[in-house]
Design a protein around this ligand. Sequence first.
Ligand code: SAH
Length: 256
Amino acid sequence: MGAVRPKKHLGQHFLHDQHIAQRIVEALQASGYDKILEIGPGTGILTTLLLQRFGKKAVHVIDIDRDSIAWLREHLPLPVTHIVEGDFLRLDPNALPAQHFGLIGNLPYNISSQIFFRLLEWRQRVPEMVCMIQKEVADRLTSPPGNKTYGILSVLLQAYYDIDYLFTVKPGAFNPPPKVNSAVIRLVRNSTRQLDCDEKLFSQIVKQGFQNRRKTLRNALKPLNLPFRENAEPLLNQRAEQLGVKDFVQLTQLAQ
Ligand code: SAH
């Protein structure tokens, strides 16, 4: 590798450890879809292994970096149309590789949260995602309630995905090494097609509830001005970080 000079502003840290790359690609369970979209392939360490495992018909990649794209077009046996130069965050849903597809990537850490919000929008189309992110974010997403690291994305993602923390990766596995530890997680869509409440309101309540995580939900949710029923009291007396997905669903039901 070393073919493309890493650019800091694009969050480029190229993985050079083949063994870790293999473990990431093998982590895909690949059930319920037959197309895969890789976010930020860079110089293709994962892409090459994805091609070996799934074949060139299955693999699509998108990277914002022109140099990486040029390099991939030259070196990978992928159809031109499967190598997209662009911003994943602005990807048109009509341009996605299939109705159902898996996501994979060593994500650019600076936009990983935005990528997960995109995943939430596309949750009915993405049965599985395997990704490398900052370890701290991985801890947050896999955290149970009652924990300081538990937050908005923990609740929203855990509502729709079973999330596994797979393994930790040290900075030395990358060029250049990031300042933080990394971790690989797997998200598999759970069987909840739809939450048992108004899903939009659920997400509003979760977001607002964590705006002031030290306040009780009664106070934190005041700006939403919701007509809570009386039996919501026990939940409203708690703080957002104490509530699991089911509690937030119940609270949402009691706000309608
Ligand atoms: N998968 C490669 C590179 C990981 S670095 C490896 O493991 O070595 C993150 C990659 O995401 C970079 O290639 C960077 O150009 C790309 N990237 C950054 N922002 C992006 C965006 N908004 N959309 C798509 N790709 C992006």
